[in-house]
Design a binder for this molecule. Structure first.
Ligand SMILES: C[S@@+](CC[C@H](N)C(=O)[O-])C[C@H]1O[C@@H](n2cnc3c(N)ncnc32)[C@H](O)[C@@H]1O
Length: 365
């Protein structure tokens, strides 16, 4: 008999007391529980951790995004008091690389204040270390809502996939919310709610309403992207990078990853990363509903090529030993390759812009 993790014990108590919990609530507890949550208790990134992200693979990723931000700032008319915001900055690597690269354009760093939106104390510490040398003020917030309004450039890499996802399962008589419950032998298992979700067809995109029994539809609450959209519509732009689908689709993408391998999301809650794919159609539509203009999404490979990854790799290689040059090539390949091994196709990049900005770098037709 395995001893349940402290978080599993807590989840069992909640279910015993109040009944099954939604998949979204389960994910929220697993990742964000103040004491036992996955992100609250550790730095999960890197080779020794559970997963690796684009900025951790190569400095080129953050550098190119830094230059992208500078170009956007110039398009905005180079305003003073720029809020350079990052949602879920991990180890702070992307921001550190971006700020270093941005120094080629005088004025950007003087105009910018960095605002990091981060729930994890452990990662805030890492971010502080990474940005110690940055000569830009850096402020931390629990929520984008607490960042002061003003001209903003908002960055989010692998942030939305970590936000709680709801799942609905199609049955003969409607769609039921997928829940986590305790089965007869005391195991955490998936189940479905007691009654169909009322008016669910209103939530479901039209092209998905004819789903067959057993189909799963995933959605997230709108609050985070609504807030991003409002800020962009007030003045600025956003860049959202994540894995997911361009069009809303059916399918179960709820997954756990531990030590760089897939794991059962209902085993050892709080000890594994849990994510679900991002629905880029939903993000774009929601941001547009509050006045932002959506651009793309593009595949990550296409976006990185358009903003100069080949050139950046060549410059870095020209100053590198043969060994390091090979590493640079491998990183560029991993960031842009298609197929299951690479991130180039699975990852998408969505731009959001104030309507006065005709387009954004990389998204030109
Ligand atoms: C998958 S990591 C990505 C880290 C980083 N962007 C990168 O690419 O390396 C997700 C990040 O989002 C943070 N996070 C998760 N949920 C959050 C929330 N609700 N509010 C703010 N940050 C959150 C995590 O602590 C972590 O920094």
């Amino acid at each position: 008999v395995t001893v349940p993790t402290p978080l599993e014990a807590e989840i069992r108590r909640q279910i015993a007391r109040n009944g099954p919990i939604t998949v979204a609530h389960y994910m929220d507890l697993c990742l964000g529980h103040p004491e036992h949550g996955y992100y609250t208790t550790r730095d999960p990134l890197g080779r020794a951790g559970d997963f690796t992200t684009a900025p951790e693979i190569s400095q080129m990723f953050g550098e190119l995004i830094g230059l992208w931000a500078v170009a956007v700032w110039q398009q905005m008319g180079s305003p003073d008091g720029l809020r350079l915001v990052e949602l879920g900055p991990g180890r702070g690597t992307l921001m550190a690389d971006a700020l270093r690269a941005s120094k080629v354009v005088p004025g950007f760093c003087q105009a910018a204040t960095v605002h990091l939106v981060e729930i994890s104390e452990v990662l805030r510490q890492r971010q502080q270390d990474a940005l110690r040398e940055a000569d830009v003020p850096v402020l931390w917030h629990d929520d984008l809502q607490n960042v002061p309004y003003g001209p903003s450039i908002i960055l989010a890499n692998e942030f939305f996939d970590a936000l709680p996802v709801h799942q609905a399962v199609r049955q003969d008589d409607g769609w039921y919310e997928r829940v986590v419950e305790i089965d007869g032998v005391d195991k955490l298992v998936f189940g479905i709610g007691r009654a169909p979700i009322a008016h669910f067809d209103g939530v479901l995109p039209r092209h998905l309403r004819q789903a067959s029994v057993g189909a799963i539809y995933e959605w997230r609450t709108d609050s985070a992207v609504l807030e991003v959209g409002r800020r962009v519509a007030h003045g600025g732009a956003a860049l959202i990078v994540d894995y997911g689908h361009v069009e809303s689709a059916l399918g179960d993408t709820f997954q756990a990853v531990r030590s760089h391998a897939f794991a059962n999301p209902l085993i050892a809650p709080g000890q594994a990363d849990i994510t679900a794919h991002v629905d880029f159609q939903a993000l774009a539509t929601t941001a547009e509903s509050v006045g932002a203009k959506a651009l793309g999404p593009l595949q990550q490979a296409q976006f990185l090529r358009r903003i100069g990854i080949e050139h950046r790799a060549a410059v870095l290689k020209s100053q590198a030993t043969r060994e390091v040059a090979a590493e640079i090539d491998a990183a560029r390949e991993r960031l842009t390759a298609r197929g299951p091994k690479g991130m180039g196709q699975l990852f998408k990049v969505l731009g959001l812009a104030h309507p006065a900005l005709v387009t954004l770098p990389g998204f030109e037709a």
